[in-house]
Ligand binder design. Structure first.
Ligand SMILES: O=C(O)COP(=O)(O)O
Ligand SMILES: [Mg+2]
Length: 244
């Protein structure tokens, strides 16, 4: 028989806090598949392929904006009426190829294992379409790690609007005052600031500016640095501010 006190202790251990991850460029290295599907999409308009370097300027606001920006970049801005068919072309191609070359960044799975083992919940807050995010995470066998996965089309508002992050926290059964956000680009650091949540930046994703210039609370260069101690120190407000 467990006592009420032990039960309360168990419950606390299972919900010590929440770590929310961005997806593209943070959890998963998706660049090969994003570039392939984007180039397949714009080839329908006879546009030249974009490069990986271009991608850092194109991603961040979901497929619709990515396609719009790519067309503009390749010299053929498109109208709002033309967009839905192109988004559909992208989604069909990307879905059919999942998981493609996409894989978790080095050390991520071990970091998620240690956070979960010490009672943290995990969630995903991405501007990718929710269906693509859940499908991709499922194909990689990672769904069981997350208490919530929300996309750019889940709510009426998306990153950097605080409501995307606070909605994700609510779905994951977390608490804004016990949440840390991990991301690779301006939307992630901005959404964390807007929701008043500490942020951790990673430099290996798709930012068109150095992530340190976005003023995250902490910058890590490898998931080996994402320790329980780091998350706890951020939640206590005692992590050393990153030197910019
Ligand atoms: O797909 C995008 O444009 C952005 O996705 P992210 O929010 O996971 O970085
Ligand atoms: Mg990202």
């Amino acid at each position: 028989m467990t006592t009420a006190r032990e039960n309360a202790g168990q419950a606390l251990l299972k919900n010590k806090g929440l770590v929310v991850f961005d997806l593209d460029g943070t959890l998963l290295d998706t660049h090969v598949d994003l570039v392939e599907s984007l180039n397949y999409t714009i080839a329908a308009l006879d546009l030249e392929p974009v490069t990986y370097d271009d991608l850092t300027h194109l991603v961040g606001q979901g497929a619709r904006v990515m396609i719009e920006r790519a067309c503009k970049l390749q010299g053929k801005p498109i109208s709002q009426e033309e967009l839905p068919a192109l988004v559909e072309r992208f989604v069909v191609h990307y879905s059919a190829n999942m998981p493609g070359h996409t894989e978790p960044y080095p050390g991520l799975v071990a970091a998620m294992d240690r956070l979960k083992a010490s009672g943290y919940r995990l969630a995903v807050c991405t501007n990718k379409l929710e269906g693509l995010a859940t499908g991709l995470i499922e194909k990689l066998g990672l769904t069981h790690y997350f208490d919530a996965i929300t996309g750019g089309d889940t709510f009426e508002h998306r990153k950097p609007d605080a409501r995307h992050l606070t909605g994700t926290i609510e779905r994951a059964g977390g608490n804004v005052s016990r949440t840390v956000m991990v991301g690779d680009s301006i939307n992630d650091i901005a959404v964390a600031k807007n929701a008043e949540v500490p942020s951790i930046a990673v430099p290996f994703g798709y930012s068109d500016v150095p992530v340190s210039s976005l003023d995250p609370d902490v910058l890590i260069t490898h998931y080996d640095e994402l320790t329980v101690e780091l998350v706890e120190s951020l939640l206590k407000g005692s992590a050393a501010k990153v030197a910019v």
